[in-house]
Design a binder for this molecule. Structure first.
Ligand code: 5AD
Ligand code: SF4
Length: 464
């Protein structure tokens, strides 16, 4: 990275609160990794912090409102800090920041800095500017560089065995309910060589499992490494095959995908690449063609079902997860019934479901036929009941099977270990602590809605 540290005095306290998706969790880690070398020390609470970052999510209205109420709570803390002769710099980062920058500062003057996801790498520079405006000494020099280059490698991942790696950002799909194409901007894929270097470094630190992240991850189209076809680009399947060759990496996942970007190469990778876990998050949002069209999803229910059938032929043990929105404008009871029918047809191992939330500036917000809140609540309850039943049934179907489990930590009881199945289910079983960081076969003996219990089949670790 190019941040050059000049004189820093006492350590400053940094508090980051993260809202929303996995991408934001990842972004928060990177912001922290960028700020620690500048003299910031992560803190558990905002009280007394020198720098507070709220890393926000704009997808659902509730999240944006939570940010405003958190800003309200920060106001007296900031005043206290100033009364004690210090300064608290309040930063709003993330998607809310991108979408409503000026509005935030108008509504919440406690905010010193608003920074959208495209400019995280400039954080040190921007924070320094705030300090300078207050007449404080400038503590950093920062050369702006290409976005991903300028970000430090995430360090927290050193401790874990599973790491997230952003490979793609932004979205060109413009689903009519969604703010991401406006807040995160156009699709951008990191060059394959950069990703490979990051994954190699993670593997060297003991990471066994990587999850490739992107708003539209299966639209990945990154510059091929030097020496490959000149000017060529790699799709996600090609990237996965390449990463699968890195020693130590035994499990690969990716999220989130759009059905229209599941190309033949990627579908086939589920059959041929055994390190690619048989678990796919493939949001469909709704089960009615009429609503899918209004959502601008650009595929039909039948096409989605055919895609899943094909995946199941090629990888019979594949399990699906999804996202659903109920109460999109114009959704009639019959459309909702179609969504329930689709869920029955597919059978999900787990899923996220949301009430439609009207996001200003998106086409959906201006559509006629907005659905009553009470109707949304009632439909969501029915959908979630069905999805819960499916999740329980899926977990129960594991009993009697042997699954490779990546052990991540000690369990709650002495002598117990906790890990993850290929389907991201939490698995507990008795075993030696030496297995932490290893993959071993476990016979599943019990299942609940959220976790599995098992018996270690052998002390030997094995590849996934
Ligand atoms: N209202 C409700 N849910 C939404 N999502 C995205 N935008 C909205 C919205 N306006 C959900 C979608 C998406 C997930 C990340 O969040 O299901 O897949
Ligand atoms: Fe939003 Fe649709 Fe893009 Fe997903 S594919 S980020 S839902 S616009």
């Amino acid at each position: 990275m190019t941040a050059k540290q000049t004189e820093t005095t006492a350590r400053k306290r940094l508090f980051i609160r993260t809202y929303g998706c996995q991408m934001n969790v990842y972004d928060s880690e990177r912001m922290r990794d960028l700020l620690v070398p500048l003299g910031y020390e992560p803190a558990d609470a905002p009280e007394g912090a020198d720098l507070v970052i709220l890393n926000t999510c704009h997808i659902r209205e509730k999240a944006a409102e939570k940010v405003y109420s958190e800003l309200g709570r920060l106001k007296p803390l900031k005043a206290e800090k100033e009364a004690a002769g210090g300064q608290m710099t309040v930063t709003v980062a993330g998607c809310v920041a991108q979408a409503e920058g000026a509005e935030i500062q108008r509504r919440a003057p406690v905010v010193d800095l608003v920074v959208g996801p495209q400019t995280y790498h400039r954080l040190p520079e921007l924070i320094a500017r705030v300090h300078r405006e207050r007449g404080e000494a400038l503590e950093t020099e920062f050369e702006v560089e290409e976005k991903f280059d300028a970000l430090a490698a995430p360090k927290r991942h050193v401790e874990g065995f599973s790491a997230f790696v952003t490979v793609q950002e932004g979205c060109d799909k413009f689903c009519s309910f969604c703010v991401v194409p406006y807040t995160r901007g156009a699709e951008y894929s990191r060059p394959a060589a950069q990703i490979t270097a990051e994954v190699r470094a993670l593997a060297a630190r003991g990471v066994r499992e990587i999850t490739l992240l992107g708003q539209n991850v299966n639209a990945y189209s990154g510059e091929a490494p030097a020496g490959e076809e000149a000017g060529g680009r790699w799709g996600l399947a090609r990237l996965i095959r390449h990463l699968a060759m890195i020693g130590g990496i035994d499990r690969i996942r990716f999220t989130t995908s759009h059905p229209n970007d599941m190309d033949e190469d990627l579908i086939e990778a589920f059959a041929s690449e055994e390190k690619l876990m048989p678990y796919l998050h493939l949001p469909v949002q709704a089960g009615s063609d009429r609503i899918l069209k209004a959502m601008n999803r650009k595929h039909t229910v039948a096409e989605y079902v055919a895609l899943i059938e094909r995946l199941r032929v090629l990888r019979p043990d594949i399990a699906l997860s999804g996202d659903f929105i109920v109460g999109f404008p114009g959704e009639q009871e019959s459309d909702f019934a179609d969504t329930m029918k689709l869920v029955e047809t597919v059978g999900y191992a787990s899923a996220f479901s949301f009430k439609y939330s009207r996001r200003p500036g998106t086409p959906g917000a201006a559509m006629a036929g907005q659905v009553d809140e009470a109707v949304k609540t009632e439909r969501l309850a029915r959908l979630q009941a069905l999805l819960d039943t499916q999740q329980q049934a899926f977990n129960a179907s594991m009993v009697g099977k042997s699954l490779p489990v990546l052990f991540e930590r000690k369990g709650r009881n002495p002598g117990q270990l906790g890990g993850r199945s290929p389907y991201l289910q939490g698995v507990h079983c008795d075993g030696p602590a030496s297995l932490i960081g290893q993959i071993a076969m476990v016979e599943i003996v019990s299942a609940s809605k959220n976790a599995l219990g098992g018996r270690l089949l052998s002390g030997e670790s094995c590849a996934a």
